[in-house]
Design a binder for this molecule. Structure first.
Ligand code: GLY
Length: 428
């Protein structure tokens, strides 16, 4: 079968890498892809949000399955247009993708169905938003309703901080129309975990848990990033709590979406916080996590395409995937300066040697080819994933591989999965 992956980061490289291993995939394409994805897929020179271009390509090439990596094409209705053209697609409709595209939609849906008990308000004028903050006090969470490229959430420690962020969204319009509505939520406290599932519109199939590292610096210091690394499984999320969240929050969310006429087909990513009064949903995303995909998919020992096709055909209950017991650790190698300004075009060396010497897999996130050299082309450049029977083993292999890779200004966290190693050692 012919499969098209849409996107160009480390997540899409992991998707393409796993799809390429499927015996039923005869032609694999990726739009636009990157220099690493080119090892598994034929690159199509169309950006992930070029919907007219992608739809024309799909109409000419009739892929048997389209797998969408990032949220933006989904929020813009790419999956709807493909379904209208009878092209199978793994990814939610625009209406269902509002789970990520609109914080107000999600809070209202969850509240309507009794799936969230957090206090929140939705505002379209800054004066009412400021009054609500003054009434409820700080700490408080202010969110731009729409997509703000990962910068739309402020956990405000003071009323002044909350008001400044309201102004940034609604007066300065830093996120354009996506910040004209803000959602203000009660600030919940507790450890955060994420849960991802494959969904077919009515049923779900859970993936193993994975934990990412959002802050740029060791010890969770510094600015938020797209994710500096990840590990799977997650010692703080035991099997009972995982099952509880699936049964009481995620499955009912899928049922709620179906009941409201917007069935959800694709990966649903649920960010949860384990509060004293039980787990609460912090956010939903409508896609695989990045770099979560880079640690989850290497643990999948069954055919990835079978799962995706079953989801698309509404029969996910028929699939029983085999997941490896191995621990998985991914270290992201970033350009110096990321997530602020950074330079591009630095020559990257050592990837083949690192893979051959250690057995780690190097996923490309921001790379390009320039005059035959592999060069950096983004903030997050590579994700180095290793598996092992213990977190200590997987972590050791990942950092061994990292030590063999070089580019100017290369930066990475040195403490990834250390807490998983400590939890593992404490439990023996
Ligand atoms: N790693 C977080 C995300 O993909 O949103």
């Amino acid at each position: 079968m012919k499969v098209l992956v849409v996107g160009s980061g480390g997540r899409e490289h992991a998707l393409a890498w796993k799809l390429a291993a499927s015996p039923s995939v005869s032609r694999l394409y990726c739009a636009p892809g990157n220099a690493g994805i080119a090892r598994q897929a034929e690159l199509v020179d169309l950006k992930a949000d070029d919907l007219p271009g992608l739809l024309a390509w799909c109409s000419d090439n009739r892929p048997d399955l389209v797998v969408v990596g990032p949220e933006r094409p989904l929020v813009l209705g790419f999956a709807d247009r493909l379904r209208e053209a009878a092209i199978p697609v793994y990814g939610p409709s625009a209406a269902a993708a509002r789970m990520e595209g609109s914080k107000a939609f999600t809070d209202e849906l969850l509240s309507r169905h009794g799936l969230s008990h957090k206090r929140f308000g939705i505002f379209t004028d800054p004066a009412s938003a400021r009054a609500y903050v003054r009434q409820h006090g700080a700490p408080i969470v202010v969110k731009a309703d729409g997509d703000a490229f990962g910068k739309g959430v402020k956990v405000a420690a003071t009323i002044e901080e909350a008001e400044a962020f309201i102004d940034r969204c609604m007066v300065e319009k830093a996120f354009g129309p996506n910040g004209e509505t803000v959602v203000i939520e009660e600030c919940l406290v507790g450890p955060e975990v994420t849960i991802k599932v494959f969904a077919d519109g009515s049923d779900i199939l859970p993936m193993p848990p994975a934990q990412d590292y959002k802050r740029v610096g060791d010890g969770d210091r510094g600015d938020n990033t797209g994710g500096m690394g990840c590990y799977s499984p997650v010692p703080i999320l035991d099997a009972a709590m995982h099952a509880f969240i699936l049964a009481n929050l995620v499955e009912p969310t899928i049922r709620a979406l179906a009941e409201e006429g917007t069935p959800y087909v694709g990966t649903l990513y649920c960010g949860c916080i384990l509060t004293d009064r039980g787990p609460e949903i912090l956010e939903y995303n409508c896609r695989f996590g990045d770099p979560e995909a880079q640690v989850i998919l290497p643990r999948l020992d069954s055919d990835f395409v079978d799962i995706l096709q079953a989801a698309v055909e509404g029969r996910i209950r028929e699939v029983t995937p085999i997941w490896s017991d191995n621990r998985s650790v991914c270290v992201v190698l970033a350009s110096g300066g990321y997530p602020a300004d950074y330079e591009k075009g630095k020559v990257i060396t050592g990837i083949d040697e690192a893979e051959a010497a250690t057995g780690a897999v190097v996923f490309h996130a921001g790379t390009a080819l320039r005059n035959g050299d592999l060069v950096t082309a983004g903030g997050r450049v590579l994700g180095v994933t290793a598996l092992g029977p213990t977190f200590a083993a997987a972590r050791g292999v990942a950092y061994d591989a990292v030590s063999r890779i070089h580019f100017g200004g290369m930066y990475y966290r040195r403490d990834l999965a250390q807490r998983a190693v400590e939890a593992e050692q404490a439990s023996v």
